[in-house]
Design a protein around this ligand. Sequence first.
Ligand code: SF4
Length: 493
Amino acid sequence: MTWKRALLIYPYSPAKKSEQLYGGLAIINPIGLEVVAARLKPAVEALMLVDMRLENEPLEAVIRRFRPDLIGVSLNWGRDAYVDALIHGLPKDVTLVIGGLYATREAEDVLGEFPEMDILALGYGEDSLRELVERGSPEGVAGLWFRRQSGAYPPGPARDGLPTMGGPLARNPLRQTVDVSHFHLDRSVRRYDYPWLTLKGDNIITSVGCPMVCAFCKWRENIFGEVQPWAAREPEDVVAELAETDAAVVHIVDANFAHDLKRVERICDLIIERDVRHLYACEIRVNALAKDARLVRKMEQAGFFMFMVGVESYQPRLLKAMRKGFTVRMCRQAFRNLAHTSILTLGNFLIGNPGETEAEMLGVADFAAGLGLDFISPNKIYAYENTDFEQWVLAQPGYRVEGRRRYVVSDRFGVEDLRRIQARIMLRFLRKHPPWIPYRKALAHPMVLKLGRERLRRAMLHSLWNHVADPNFRRRALRKLAKRFGRTGKAAS
Ligand code: SF4
């Protein structure tokens, strides 16, 4: 006897700000939970995945109708009142498993807050849950801690005589490894459309980890907070998955998709050969773009539509301090390679570095426009605790790290000063590179022409209109503008 009906819940509220990308223009499908679903589905009789950000039916009604005997909740981005109430409100006679990034890193907090939780899945949970269901018991399943209480076992006589809550905790060893071949999602479990502008979007993961050593970065870490060696799926498997989605826009969420350029080329060749039609967006490094102009053009032909590039700075000493692994010269080469394509580019910059003057920060706008970037995102630099970068920042006279986000501030530039400089960089950039330049470029992209120029044009204009027509957006935008430019105006006068 084992579990037969699994309900997986992504428990975050539609109102949670961090769940709305680009001001609500895009919502990312819960990839980790979808990986678990794909792995679990063949081992159970029925499986349902509920995403609370998009679910219209009350959760109680879903549970009444579906009658699960196993509920899995993915806690990735911390707890809040909504999440806590949702978990506490789940039926007590159904096995409750909690997993995800937060549950792994803050296991004691989760164990303390949810005495009704039967099993805690630590690390990447897909193999642990599959094994749990196949064995019909959490005993000896790597990656699972469980309470010796009735809910930790499937419905049946084996539960008799066990406490219903608060049983002693059994800790199986952790499951440290991750098998990337299990990242191929099964979209038949999906009950929602995930938006990108007003088009249908999708997200896929083709590799984990990153071999680079950027000083400020935690993205290369695995779920346990340790450096994750780069591991990638086979190109054939990636393209087979791409062929399965009917979304217009596919976001590749890897930390370093293009680490292996031969793999990128093979993926492009297969996409072109099979005529798989999507617009792709991904983060990509300067090094990858600088290497091979021919490959950049092939990526355009395959449908790569938007690159998010971590440029970070245009000053050699800061690139070095951030351990970016490229030079300003390589950066210019990368954008020369892009210049003959219609691929849109968003450049991420970090400002407020030790020793950086206001004029140097404002110079980001000129450098970005000179490169031909279409959009920029100037962000305040931050330093994570107990890193070499934090030590370096703290060793600079007058510099310190402040707040929950660990921004680098100084006697000269506080968080508010940096916010106003960010706004000025944006304005200066927009004057040099107005939004109709990327608009025209996007409409000339070869994959846009294949998918229908008019369709993308309407999506862009509708999204803009939805934003402008939304009173909350207008109120927020005005408040931000007043805050960012109010005091700058006074300072200038
Ligand atoms: S390349 Fe990107 S993911 Fe890799 S270490 Fe640098 S910032 Fe992090």
